[in-house]
Design a protein around this ligand. Sequence first.
Ligand SMILES: Cc1cc2nc3c(=O)[nH]c(=O)nc-3n(C[C@H](O)[C@H](O)[C@H](O)COP(=O)(O)O)c2cc1C
Length: 371
Amino acid sequence: MIGLFDALARPFLRTLDPEDAHALTIRMLRLAPLPRAARDDKRLATRAFALNFPNPVGMAAGFDKNAEVPDAVLRLGFGFVEVGTVTPRPQAGNPRPRVFRLDTDGGVINRLGFNSQGADAVLPRLAVRATATSPAGGGGGIVGINVGANRDTVDRVADYVALIERFATVASYVTVNVSSPNTPGLRDLQHAAVLDDLLARVIDARERVMQSAGPTPVLLKIAPDLSLADLDDVVGIARSRRVDGMIVGNTTVSRPSNLRQTMKAKEAGGLSGRPLFPLATRMLAETYVRVEGVFPLIGTGGIDSGAAALAKFRAGASLIQLYSALVFRGLGVVAEIKAALVDALERDNLESLGELVGADAAAVTADPWPQ
Ligand SMILES: Cc1cc2nc3c(=O)[nH]c(=O)nc-3n(C[C@H](O)[C@H](O)[C@H](O)COP(=O)(O)O)c2cc1C
């Protein structure tokens, strides 16, 4: 089924405007009678944030923003899916066109700006799943939710708090997204004093609803564009506020000097895909050495092969997420990555990927800074 989709639908989708192609893909996933994914190799099973992941390869936020197809995504072979970003109230996002494919570079630039159907539309979709299965991961598969503030909100922190309170019961984990470059001022929430207040109130909200929702893990998703001094602060605060993990990271506003599609690269927005890999992996390793094993990290940014996935684990990721590679490599990339991870375990005679996590972090942080 996946091979058929890649062979037939993808060449056609590539001729469409990227956002139309995405909308059509979501519609196909809603309708396609996908069989349950084959059982994963036991050695890929990963425990993190007190959740049991059947495999460590996740769908990154932004693909299923409104939780329309989380179970179909799991059936594609992903070990977990992060839906969202969802905002409290519905909002349209920026004017189109706002997604651009850099085909030669294997990159995507988007400035969607949190187009979201809003919490009232998204919540019931996850609630149906949660009552049919166990929300705390396991039974029905792990579905996290990524939350963000409305563009025109007067109190950003209150938006995050409200979303945590509402979604903690229906999501396996909640990601606090303070790193999207397309909502003006959002990334300022990464500044020390503001972040400390935000995380204190978010964790407080999680504790408040714990009785009914259980101990929902709270993750922090950061931008790869932070300075190392800012990263010191961010990790220090994440540790002192006891978040359960971090995602490193979101799209970059930088433009690597070796991009070939220089005209398209001028489009405003966040760059993802292969050109993001060196910076995102460096920031992952920098985060790993600062976290000192206190909580696990999800490595995201430019994973488009087994080798790239392996490099993320070695740089410090316990789990990985991808999105852009699906555009360029198709759905088959998920199975390819999982097979490459099993091969690596066999080659080195390891029992689990945990043994590789962070093995190269020190070496990566000693490299020259990616250009
Ligand atoms: C079209 C598009 C939309 C995205 N929307 C979101 C979003 O709503 N929230 C979020 O946290 N990240 C979003 N992202 C970022 C991804 O989750 C991921 O962090 C980033 O793309 C790097 O991974 P990749 O190189 O595998 O795509 C989006 C990425 C793309 C390409």
